[in-house]
Design a protein around this ligand. Structure first.
Ligand SMILES: *Cc1c(COP(=O)(O)O)cnc(C)c1O
Length: 430
């Protein structure tokens, strides 16, 4: 499959180059040249297919022939070794748990898939690729874990010193091998600014192949379409009119859901559930798209003021505002509402939601007020213990630490402290 740049000022390129480059030379996001709905035979047989078979069929057109079918089968199987259960809260609301992967964040799937694609492309290459990524918490752990031990790929993760949780820091700094953690004296925005400067720095990029592992990278973004198929498989016999409420930050996840719908998955409607960072909620009301600096919330993985994937959603709808509005609603919720929702979910259903999932739950409730016959699935994007402070404070109960989390606690932290872009450059060049 070939990809074009959404800035339309760069040549079209193969899946391979789209993955290696991350962003097009004109700084546009890559988008597939075509989206062909899956054949009737696939849907007729859908209930009999395993998750790996569904995933393989669904993503095949976007990644072959650059990734041969046999290799793709292995990549998909290695990516999806854990479960994706739907838990029913009541007859109208379910949650899809996306946190059963190695770092207990939904980003595990995209990170594992991308790592294996890059590893395949680089298998005979003597020039190593360096994945450079800034994290406010969850992305770094998923990327570090997904890329651990992949030959020909080095990973450099920048995180703001003292501003990620202890668990998240352990997940970033204890792996060793091809994973290096840089602890930045500054904020997440400083980390991101350094990464952006590096991508634009010719003296660096002429000496090394840099790529990103954020959801702008097609190999991290597209595998997220699997989730919607897995949820549908578990629910469609009992429910019609399935809608998804997606806790959204950079809008990669909800945009991947729309790709699943384009492939023929009968999704009735999408809800982009936001915290106070509500540029899309405001857009759908006012038709004015006005990015703003992000504000800090308790669902901090969604603290994004300028969602990078929204342009892909615009592309799917060919910039037709009315058509987009019929398929996507968006609501924004405060931290107080989120806390109340966590408590309500716990008291009414004996279920512990993390703050991001709770925002998704609120999106379901808002939608169901006007669409009582729908069945709404909110995505639980992180395990509640990854946001332990808020969760324990709100439900007033200690949470047991799952095995994936326990296994990193007490390991030895290894990081290099940096303060300026020059420090980063020195590190990369040496
Ligand atoms: C990244 C993340 C999100 C937001 O996903 P996008 O694809 O950026 O919209 C939501 N919840 C959690 C826990 C995340 O880590």
């Amino acid at each position: 499959m070939n990809y074009y740049s959404l800035n339309h000022k760069a040549p079209n390129t193969s899946f391979k180059h789209a993955v290696i480059k991350g962003l097009a030379p004109d700084k546009g996001l890559y988008f597939p040249e075509s989206i062909t709905p899956l054949p009737k035979s696939f849907w007729d047989n859908f209930d009999n297919l395993s998750y790996s078979e569904i995933a393989f069929q669904a993503i095949k057109q976007f990644v072959t022939p650059e990734i041969p079918e046999e290799v793709l089968k292995t990549i998909v199987e290695e990516t999806l070794y854990f479960d994706f259960p739907v838990v029913k809260l009541n007859d109208q609301i379910s949650t899809l748990e996306l946190f059963h992967g190695p770092t207990m964040a939904f980003k595990d799937v995209g990170a594992r898939f991308m790592a294996r694609c890059l590893g395949y492309f680089n298998k005979d290459n003597t020039n190593e690729v360096t994945v450079l990524v800034a994290t406010s918490g969850d992305t770094g752990g998923a990327v570090a874990n997904g890329f651990l031990g992949v030959k020909g790929v080095n990973v450099v993760i920048l995180y703001p010193s003292g501003k990620v949780s202890d668990i998240q820091e352990m997940q970033l700094t204890t792996l060793g091998q091809n994973i290096k953690a840089l602890e930045v004296n500054g904020t997440f925005d400083d980390c991101q600014a350094m990464v952006k400067t590096a991508f634009l720095d010719d003296t660096l990029t002429s000496k090394m192949q840099l790529t990103s592992a954020n959801s702008i990278n097609v190999a991290r973004w597209l595998p997220q379409l699997f989730y919607f198929m897995f949820a549908y498989k578990q629910l469609h016999k009992q429910h019609n009119d399935i809608v998804f409420s997606v806790p959204s930050g950079n809008f990669g996840n909800v945009c991947a859901g729309m790709m699943a719908q384009k492939l023929g998955l009968p999704i009735k409607h999408f809800i982009a559930s936001n915290n106070a960072n509500n540029v899309v909620t405001r857009y759908l009301t006012s038709k004015l798209y006005e990015p703003k600096p992000s504000v800090q919330t308790i669902s901090n993985a969604m603290d994004v003021g300028a969602p990078s994937n929204f342009i892909r959603i615009q592309e799917i709808y060919k910039n037709n505002f009315e058509e987009l509005k019929t398929n996507l609603s968006s609501y924004s919720f405060s931290d107080n509402e989120t806390r109340q929702a966590m408590l309500e979910i716990y008291n009414s259903y004996n279920y512990v939601a993390d703050p991001h999932g709770a925002v998704g739950y609120l999106g379901c409730k808002s939608h169901l007020e006007h669409h009582p016959n729908a069945h709404c699935v909110f995505l639980e994007t992180a395990h509640p213990t990854k946001f332990l402070d808020v969760v324990e404070e709100v439900i007033n109960e200690k949470q047991p630490l799952p095995e994936q989390i326990q296994s990193v606690m007490g390991k030895e932290k290894a990081s290099v402290v940096i303060s300026t872009y020059e420090d980063l450059k020195d590190f990369l060049l040496n």
